[in-house]
Design a protein around this ligand. Structure first.
Ligand SMILES: [Zn+2]
Length: 189
């Protein structure tokens, strides 16, 4: 199945920096081979040469994340950890976060940030209270691997906001029959 839609190169570039730090050039070579074996023309070097705002198909994003998961010996927690580190590594997010007072205002920035980075799907704030936020992701049935990654990413936003013990759990998922994905984010308020 071809997945329509695109996302920004910056998302990949942040992950590549993380992988270089954690897995070195051997890890990146492994990922390059994985992308090639899956029939992709895009290489790590090419992604790094792109402008951060350039668009890459979501179908490529999925193969990339699957390659990362293989590199992490299929340990989904390690994939989530990569997502968790991404907000801290992103310059754009760091700039945004300067104006955030705390996790609740960060959650409110979720929908515009999603639109900025992904061409399909809508992020909606369902609940945003002291110590808890609920985010819905609609019209985005792409791959379960994205849900795992995003869960880690949302926890990372909590870290960036210096919220204590931020935990994200996906409580509804389109891949388990729900009509949208729902992420419940809690922290010590
Ligand atoms: Zn999901």
């Amino acid at each position: 199945m071809m997945t329509e839609g695109t996302c920004r190169a910056s998302i990949f570039q942040t992950n590549i920096s993380y992988l270089r730090k954690k897995k070195g050039s051997a890890g990146l070579a492994y990922l390059d081979n994985y992308l090639k074996a899956r029939g992709l023309k895009l290489t790590i070097a090419k992604i790094e040469e792109m402008k951060p705002s350039e668009h890459i198909p979501l179908s490529t994003r999925i193969v990339f994340l699957e390659g990362c998961l293989a590199l992490f010996e299929n340990d989904i927690e390690k994939l989530k950890a990569m997502g968790r580190e991404a907000p801290t590594a992103s310059l754009i997010l760091k700039l945004f976060i300067k104006y955030f007072v705390g996790p609740n205002s960060a959650i409110n920035q979720g929908p515009p940030l999603w639109r900025e980075h992904y061409s399909i799907g809508t992020l909606e704030v369902i609940k945003n209270e002291k110590g808890i936020g609920v985010i819905g992701l609609k019209d985005f049935k792409v791959s379960k691997i994205m849900c795992h990654y995003l869960c880690g990413y949302f926890e990372g936003v909590g870290v960036l906001c210096r919220a204590k013990n931020t935990v994200c759990k996906e409580t509804k998922c389109v891949h388990d029959g729900a009509d949208h994905c729902e992420f419940v984010i809690t922290w010590e308020a």
